[in-house]
Design a protein around this ligand. Sequence first.
Ligand code: MRU
Length: 346
Amino acid sequence: MTTSSQLTPVKWENNALVLLDQTKLPVETIYLTLTTAEEVWAAIRHLQVRGAPAIGMAAAYGLYLGVRNSEAATTEALIAEVNQKAEYLGSSRPTAVNLFWALDRIKARVQRDAGKDVVQLKAAVLDEALAIQKEDAEVCRTIGENLLTLLEDGMGVLTHCNPGALATAAYGTATAPFYLAKERGWDLKVFADETRPVLQGARLTAYELQQAGIDVTLICDNMAAMVMSQGKVQAVIVGTDRVAANGDVANKIGTYGVAVLAKAHGIPFYVAAPLSSIDLETATGAQIPIEERPGEEITHGLGKQVAPDDIKVYNPAFDVTPAAYITAIVTETGIFKPEEIAKSKA
Ligand code: MRU
């Protein structure tokens, strides 16, 4: 398999979790070496690792780090510790269901392996974390292949936030067709919304696509309508943190606005979603927990004060795009109308 990007957000090396600190990009490339579940929890909470699949991968390794030195004498005691550490790691961020999916997958694995001894069970936790990361790269590539069937050489495509290689094991979800198009010699023109307030589009998407030699143009969020009205964009592709059973989609704040604009301009709006992001237990978008983040992200963006002292701030990190605005949800199992998303897992 070809490598989609030199930027690997999550690595398991020398018995430690190595994370590319995404709060420092694109100016500094700094890798953090983490050896405890507490460090992993903090790295997720503070966005040093972010993007739904990458959060899940990091938490899976964090779970192993949390139990590997356990002194549990019995399998039952170790399983109880796995469940307790999983609950702890799951409290780091609420919206991306991939976090809970990855932790649940490890909990299910230790239940399945309950007949093994404590040492073997610890090894099974690491084995499952490694499998989650390996599979994610394949999943992203397949999503990219499926999305590519909806695009044509020469198109302009707008994306929001960073659903990229930096958010996954490789390729990204919504960015996967950009990498595959590049491999095939296509000339897609990508427009990256800067993505206020934390600027994942400017700091991460623009950076990783530029590094890969993909034609990318950075715009401010409030320029998307203009770019669409000028006919520069023939498709929008975004990622997701959670898809509800009715096809409503939670993604980075601002996504809903982009979807409304796309509909107003008759531009198809696609959501790239690994099955690990699809939550059929949540009936509609209204039930998806939306993270609220510190007001300083808005009042002190990039470390500089840009708002008055003590101003009231509302800072939801995600919004929900109603299914009615979504042309299709593209998974590793195919292309689905939002209201038929349950079929993706059938
Ligand atoms: O707050 P973030 O940076 O974790 O938000 C990330 C997003 O909203 C992404 O679009 C989503 O997780 C999909 S990543 C393939």
